[in-house]
Design a binder for this molecule. Structure first.
Ligand code: GRF
Length: 215
């Protein structure tokens, strides 16, 4: 089987990277991680990649005067590894519209809320402050605006009395680790179509446990 070469961009711990690495060890999984790029030197995700002999590179935004120059450096690295699909996995930089356009419908992000609600970096705090009874995660195609783009799948979890940002984040992360490998599988298999900014999934396989609704 020819596996789709996937690049993962991250800035932190990389538990979602780990979920993707684990999925890629299955022989019939249609993608492989070709390269991991972090914009921060201290990102633990780099170690996860190295432990699995995946090329791991630091491209620090601080080394580039402009956003386009930083994005071009990442583009070069992605091309060097023949990347066909990009997964953002806790990548804390906004990408230029040009970069996003170049990777249109081949660039995924995961966000720890039920988008379009609670965009941004304080999702869990805002969920708790709002009093909503459910939160969750969303995998979506990236568009230039932050945490925006056609939704591929979502999983919902309850917000429980006494939840802290940490307990809620842990409950959501469990679902992230199921959703991201599934979304990447669908994309790599060619089973996702985007029409009028809505996604349909051919041959979608449902998971039990969370409330996952692919289409
Ligand atoms: C996840 O909650 C993801 O949804 C968000 O950033 C976090 C990254 O976590 N975009 P990890 O580094 O994958 O553990």
């Amino acid at each position: 089987m020819i596996k789709k070469k996937t690049g993962v961009l991250l800035s932190g711990g990389g538990s979602n990277l780990q979920a993707l690495i684990d999925a890629c060890t299955q022989p019939e999984y249609p993608a492989e991680i070709a390269v991991v790029i972090s914009n921060t030197e201290s990102a633990y995700g780099l170690n996860r990649a190295r432990e699995h002999d995946i090329p791991a590179h630091i491209i620090s935004h601080k080394d580039y005067a402009t956003r386009p120059a930083f994005d071009d450096a990442m583009q070069d690295m992605l091309e060097r590894h023949n990347v066909e699909i990009i997964c953002l996995a806790g990548f804390m930089r906004l990408l230029t519209p040009e970069f996003v356009a170049r990777w249109r419908d081949r660039l995924l992000n995961i966000h720890p809320s039920l988008l379009p609600a609670f965009k941004g970096v304080h999702a869990h705090a805002e969920v708790l402050a709002s009093g909503v009874r459910f939160s969750g995660c969303t995998v979506h195609f990236v568009r230039p605006e932050m945490d925006a783009g056609p939704i591929i799948l979502q999983a919902a979890v309850p917000v429980l009395p006494g939840d802290t940002q940490e307990t809620l984040a842990a409950r959501v992360l469990e679902q992230e680790h199921l959703c991201y490998p599934l979304a990447l599988r669908w994309l790599a298999e060619g089973n996702l179509a985007v029409k009028e900014e809505k996604v349909t999934v051919k041959n979608g396989r449902f998971l039990s446990g969370g409330m996952i609704n692919p289409a």
